[in-house]
Design a protein around this ligand. Structure first.
Ligand code: SF4
Length: 288
């Protein structure tokens, strides 16, 4: 069964077959599909950013996650019963030479897994994009669906694990299987990055691990995650990269007031300032 895309009206099956016209689909019908952890390692080792993005978007290396993302795409949430679901991994999205990098955990079952774009189509994404727009890092206040005209300004977003996991909890094995995609993407874009915003401790730990693996100098003992925490990393050519901790804009945090809009704006504004964008704060947010 096909259903019309909410923006373009073109009919799609769920999950969406690669190369069939979904807005921003990076893959074609011929994009090689990784089906094992070794496939992921091999494919990620030398890929260009375009090839990497395409390969990520068709990956099938984690049996449990492939089954989950595709089951969700077929069953759907009642509110979205009339829409096609992307039902594939969510590739990194945004500027190929970013100054700000946002690192999250994994796509949401009815958010990114539905819309095909990272942090798009759920309440967490609503908060994040509204704040990115307020500090000058996104072109529009909302990100509703691939094809809606939204764009990031000198910013790129990546998920640590690229498929929606049950209960938002990937296993350690799934995290490690997916890690080469993240590592390669960071290796390809990190040269221009000045600030990395890590959403939640999971993103913080993943970024620290990945940058250490890429030869960046990471302070010891390991910097502790907190909202507004900053860690200065040394780049392989003796430059500086700042990691910023940010509470995840999950409903658990935003409903309870653990994370407020000014708190989110402060961290993203700090990232914008570090990146040379007009931001909300030039000073470090928290001494640690
Ligand atoms: S989580 Fe990563 S490695 Fe596993 S299937 Fe998804 S994209 Fe592939």
């Amino acid at each position: 069964m096909t259903l019309p895309h909410p923006v373009t009206g073109q009919p799609f099956a769920s999950p969406v077959p690669p190369g069939t016209g979904w807005p921003d689909d990076p893959a074609t019908a011929d994009t090689p599909v990784a089906t094992t952890p070794d496939d992921v390692r091999r494919a990620a080792a030398t890929a260009s950013l375009d090839d990497l993005t395409a390969a990520v978007s068709v990956c099938r290396a984690c049996e449990r996650l492939v089954r989950w993302r595709e089951d969700v795409a077929v069953q759907k949430r009642a509110a979205f019963a009339g829409e096609p679901y992307w039902g594939r991994p969510i590739a990194g999205w945004g500027d190929p030479e970013p100054r700000v990098l946002v690192v999250g955990l994994a796509p949401a079952a009815h958010g990114g897994n539905r819309t095909g774009r990272i942090f798009t189509g759920d309440r967490s994404g609503d908060w994040l994009f509204a704040s990115l727009h307020r500090v000058g890092l996104a072109g529009q206040t909302t990100s509703l669906h691939a094809g809606d005209g939204q764009r990031l300004v000198h910013t790129r977003m990546v998920a640590t694990v690229r498929c929606a996991p049950p209960d938002n909890k990937p296993t350690v094995e799934e995290r490690d299987t997916c890690a080469p995609w993240l590592l390669r993407e960071l290796a390809l874009v990190a040269g221009s990055v000045r600030a990395v915003v890590c959403l939640g401790s999971y993103g913080w730990d993943a970024a620290l691990r990945a940058f250490r693996d890429l030869g960046y100098g990471v302070p010891r003992p390991k910097p502790r995650f907190g909202h507004g925490a900053e860690a200065n990393l040394t780049t392989p050519d003796d430059g500086e990269l700042v990691l910023l901790g940010c509470y995840h804009p999950s409903q658990q945090n935003t409903f309870t007031g653990v994370l407020t809009e000014p708190m989110l704006d402060a961290v993203l504004g700090r990232a914008a300032t570090l990146a040379g964008e007009p931001g909300a704060s030039a000073a470090p947010l928290m001494e640690d």
